[in-house]
Design a protein around this ligand. Structure first.
Ligand code: ADP
Length: 491
């Protein structure tokens, strides 16, 4: 597909950017140019928002909910029918192993459309007891939703935002990350193929500070839902203020994966490896801090390093590859910077910390699984989100010490803990300052369950039926049950 041109999808039509500009989409596994992408900016965002508003008023808001549900179900079906193509596209664009795109990203995206297709007729208000009145609430769609997504799970994160937004009767302008625009455009085309009216889902590719900022600022947008860095999240919140947009932010994380001495050893060991090296560590909830009880540290970490060294890093298209490419040169440079910071701070590099030497990988951006021991929780590698395959090993003495260290970061997205003691599991879960706690497992997510960041990890929540309230507005209707003039009405 070299040099294919990808246009914007606005009002059901594929169009060039108003400026005529394009940018290159790079395969991070070999540096090849995959496609030239239309570089959308403020005028394109404006066109897309207007198209979305028309589609909202003319088609989507008032569509029979049964019909809306069927259309969303069809989107899920088409995503599954096109599994092989979409998985390949995601892998070429992002660098993740093809096996992971096939098993995780694409079925995951379909699952969100399935779930919210089933939710359309379960969105309703309530009745409120109030003497003399029939007072009820109605949940209404907001209007046009702006969805800004990052590059680590491009299609899946687009689905997490678009499926509930659409199910609630909103229309959407989707701005994918500049590093990974390809599957978002396919999602837009699939929605048209499924029969969604033109303009219901628009896709504007482009850069964050231009197209992304124009979307966050646009006063025709009722809500922005954003996943990305904390730094940009703060800017989005400021830009949203102009017209009091509802804003949901899913930001960074620094997950503590707490392993107590009484854990199921094999399960904890496998997960400690998977949670930091899956997706090359580019996951907001990656278990980037292994908090390990002192008494088992040497044996556990020894086995962990041996496992990490056996992970095959290489061509994402090969079936035995466990870790593919890092998404971009910028991201690889950022990871390398943190590895240097770890060394300078006095942490002990146990393995990795460099790019693989295989000549066939020289054109791409790869990093070996990296483990630092003797990390103090105050070091930058323990406090800041690296978003790469870099694990910090931190010991703890007892339960209180584990909780204190787990909570001693600015983030609060997820935590995991491993123990066979059920009372300890519940006790510790309650005290962890994170929106997600996994007990004897890591990184499970699904459309049924809310996803919420505490502290610097976010604002609001997504997924589950709880997302419905964030994509709707509530109206309170008061009906007087008396024919007599109400005392309030007397002057
Ligand atoms: P990452 O560090 O993971 O690349 P970013 O927060 O930079 O995450 O990017 C996530 C998404 O936010 C991308 O779609 C990007 O284009 C967009 N983005 C980046 N900067 C801005 C901005 N100033 N305004 C709006 N969107 C932005």
């Amino acid at each position: 597909m070299a040099q294919e041109k990808c246009q914007l999808l606005i009002d059901g039509e594929l169009v060039n950017a108003e400026s005529g500009k394009t940018f290159q989409c790079i395969n991070p596994a070999n540096g090849d140019v995959l496609a030239l992408i239309a570089e959308g900016d403020a005028p394109d965002i404006d066109k897309a928002v207007n198209a979305a508003r028309r589609a909202f008023e003319q088609h989507w808001r008032d569509m029979d909910v049964g019909e809306r549900g069927q259309l969303l179900r069809k989107v899920a079906d088409l995503l599954r029918e096109r599994l092989d193509d979409l998985a390949l596209l995601e892998t070429l664009d992002n660098g993740k192993p093809l096996a992971d795109s096939k098993a995780g990203d694409i079925p995951g995206a379909a699952a969100y459309f399935d779930f919210y297709a089933g939710a359309v007729d379960k969105i309703h208000g309530d009745t409120v007891p109030f003497p003399g009145f029939f007072n009820y609430t109605v949940r209404e769609p907001l209007g046009v939703v702006g969805a800004i997504v990052p590059w680590n799970y491009p299609l899946a994160l687009a689905a997490i935002k678009c499926a509930p937004a659409l199910a609630c009767g909103n229309t959407v302008v989707l701005k994918p990350a500049e590093q990974t625009p390809l599957t978002a455009l396919e999602l837009g085309k699939i929605c048209l193929d499924a029969g969604l009216p033109p303009g219901v889902l628009n896709v504007v590719t482009g850069f964050g500070p231009t197209a992304g900022a124009a979307l966050a600022r646009h006063t025709g947008v009722a809500k922005v839902t954003f996943t990305g860095s904390s730094e940009v999240g703060h800017k989005i919140l400021e830009m949203s203020a102009a017209n009091l947009k509802r804003t949901v932010l899913e930001l960074g994380g620094k997950t503590a994966n707490i392993v107590f001495a009484d854990a199921n050893w094999d399960a904890a060991l496998n997960s400690a490896v998977r949670t930091i090296f899956l997706n090359q560590g580019q996951i907001c909830t990656a278990g980037s801090r292994l908090l390990i009880e002192e008494s088992i540290k040497d044996e556990f970490v020894g086995q962990l390093v041996a496992k990490a060294e056996r992970l095959k890093v290489g061509d994402p298209l090969k079936p035995d590859t466990k870790m593919g490419a890092i998404v971009s040169k910028e991201q690889l440079d950022r990871i390398k910077m943190y590895i240097e910071l770890g060394k300078e701070a006095g942490a002990t590099l146990l393995t990795g910390g460099r790019e693989p030497e295989a000549p066939e990988l020289a054109g791409g951006y790869f990093m070996l699984p990296t483990v630092f021991d003797d990390v103090d929780n105050s070091m930058r590698i323990a406090q800041e989100e690296i978003f790469g395959p870099v694990l910090s090993v931190i010991t703890f003495e007892d339960e209180d010490d584990a909780i204190a260290k787990a909570n001693d970061v600015k983030y609060g997205l997820a935590s995991a803990l491993w123990t066979k003691d059920i009372t300890k599991a519940h006790r510790v879960s309650r005290q962890l300052e994170s929106g997600i706690v996994w007990v004897n497992v890591t990184n499970v997510v699904g459309p049924q369950s809310p996803y919420c960041g505490y502290k610097a990890s976010g604002l609001g929540h997504e997924s589950g039926m709880d997302a419905i309230e964030t994509f709707t507005r509530l109206k309170s209707v008061w009906v007087n049950l008396s024919d007599e003039p109400h005392p309030w009405a007397d002057m």
